[in-house]
Design a protein around this ligand. Structure first.
Ligand SMILES: *Cc1c(COP(=O)(O)O)cnc(C)c1O
Length: 495
């Protein structure tokens, strides 16, 4: 035996089959376990403080450690009770694709091999789903944070004299961009990382429907021009992370076209609503964008990580990222042929075969079925909203545009922000459901984002039943505390 291959292939094969069987059992039995449980202190200490393994350990022992101490204490986003943040649930076929990609260990930065063609196919499918031209350029990346950064950099370099930015830096160019106050934090971060500075991102207020105030956008652009700034990009959101609202993308597209600004859409999860005939009209204008960021790992259920950037005008992305014109003239034949290469469309040179899990997921289900899954998530959210509206103890804090419901427990006599924050922790520790929190209109909201294909109205009902139980218990405790002489915190249900 040479190198690192096993001495005994059959032994490793046996372990591999066991891993696969165990993982199938895990996925098939998700509902029977808790959505989340706290990692016990001794496991945590043992996992954190491991000596560097200078000598070999049997894969069997490592696997058992994974099975007993890692797998049961994962995030929980595969579980139907997971409604926190905006996480996809993954699929078994996606898991298998990860294994196949790992086996090939392809580097998709470039060169002439089939995995690159799979990524090209996936980018073409993405363009078709989103109503972009067939020759749009694009790249699979870690997530929308990276995709938004690539868009901001590409747009800045598409400005007049923007190409010289690559050698000279931003300097005193006074480039400014626009996004609503409801935009994701990674948009400001993109301005930071791109060297433009977060002050160069003008934050536009949102209207009562949590959408960008278009008149305010108009006014901000005009004011910046008068003051000698150079407006270059406006960023609309399809599916804001707090409430699921979508900016009026058509109106933003019109302003961008009129004023010669780059129009970028952050559609991290919401853009996948394009898969549904019923939901697509809400995203009108998205297909007019110069660039679009979205995640296959959210609503398309592809395992982490799988983000995507699409850029309408071919050549713009390479003009921003290719390190020399060599990208147009790779070798004419042999392994070093097959230009242009993906490494010229973003910051990464070495890139894994992310495309395989996207290709297998889209292929296995087909876009029609994925569109129906997206609709089912929205239906579960509407069911949850109706339940919230029907419960006297609950109040809804935002309209439900897609799949996100913001609400809170309402009582006359408590610090509601604190109470609701504690109730969400109660839910997490119960293992029944995992919503998250956000702030809507200055109030702490319980936020349920239904992004997981496994989540049904039964799961949202279980969450509400548990929440009302925890609320009743805590309010009893608060009333008892009121008549006690001391002013201590009420004991929590799970403390
Ligand atoms: C999740 C999200 C992001 C960030 O995407 P990552 O894939 O986590 O990097 C950006 N914008 C919105 C609206 C999101 O929901």
């Amino acid at each position: 035996m040479t190198g690192l291959d096993p001495d005994d292939w059959d032994e490793l094969r046996g372990l591999g089959h066991r891993m696969l069987d165990d993982m199938f059992d895990h996925l098939a039995g998700l509902r029977d376990g808790p959505v989340w449980r706290k990692l016990p202190d001794d496991f945590r200490a043992g996992l954190r403080d491991q000596p560097l393994p200078t000598a070999p350990t049997a894969p069997q022992a490592l696997y058992e450690r994974f099975r007993d101490q890692v797998a049961p204490y994962a995030t929980g986003n595969t579980h139907p009770g997971f409604m926190g943040w905006v996480h996809g649930g993954g699929t078994a076929i996606g898991m298998l694709a990860e294994m196949l990609a790992g086996g090939l260990n392809a580097n998709c930065g470039g060169r002439d091999h089939a995995p690159v063609e799979i990524e090209r196919a996936v980018i073409g499918w993405a363009a078709e789903i989103m109503g972009f031209p067939a020759d749009s350029s694009g790249l699979l990346v870690t997530g929308s944070s990276m995709a938004n950064l690539i868009a901001v950099i590409t747009a800045s370099r598409a400005t007049p004299n923007g190409a010289s930015l690559r050698q000279q830096g931003v300097g005193g160019r006074r480039l400014v961009g626009y996004a609503a106050e409801t935009a994701h934090g990674c948009v400001a971060r993109a301005f930071d990382l791109a060297g433009l500075g977060t002050d160069s991102l003008r934050i536009i207020p949102a209207d009562p429907a949590h959408r960008m105030d278009i008149a305010a956008l108009d006014a901000a652009i005009a004011a910046d021009r008068r003051a000698g700034f150079v407006p270059f990009i406006v960023i609309g959101t399809a599916g804001t992370v707090d409430t699921g609202a979508t900016d009026d993308l058509d109106a933003i597209a019109a302003i961008a076209a009129r004023d010669g600004l780059w129009f970028h859409v952050d559609g991290a999860f919401g853009a996948l609503a394009m898969l549904s005939d019923r939901l697509r009209p809400q995203l009108r204008g998205l297909s007019r964008a110069d660039s679009l960021a979205f995640d296959f790992h959210k609503w398309a259920q592809v395992p982490y990580d799988a983000g995507c950037i699409l850029v309408r005008e071919p050549g713009r992305q390479a003009a921003a990222f290719a390190q020399s014109l060599a990208y147009l003239s790779r070798a004419d034949r042999g392994l070093a042929a097959n230009a242009p290469w993906f490494c010229d469309l973003g910051p990464d040179l070495s890139r894994g075969f992310r495309a395989l899990k996207v290709w297998m997921t889209l292929g296995t289900y087909g876009t029609d079925r994925l569109g129906r899954m997206v609709e089912s998530c929205c239906a579960a959210a509407r069911h949850l909203a109706a339940r919230v509206d029907a419960e006297p103890m609950l109040e809804r804090l935002a309209p439900v545009a897609l799949n996100i419901v913001c609400f809170r427990v309402r009582t006359g006599d408590a610090d509601l922000d604190r109470l609701n924050g504690e109730l969400v922790k109660d839910l997490h520790e119960s293992g029944i459901a995992a919503p998250s929190t956000t702030v809507v209109g200055g109030m702490l909201a319980i936020r349920a984002a239904i992004v997981n294909h496994r989540t049904t109205p039964r799961d949202t009902d279980r969450m509400i039943d548990a929440l009302l139980g925890f609320a009743a218990a805590r309010l009893t405790d608060i009333r008892l505390a009121d008549v006690r002489p001391t002013d201590t915190d009420p004991p929590g249900k799970n403390q």
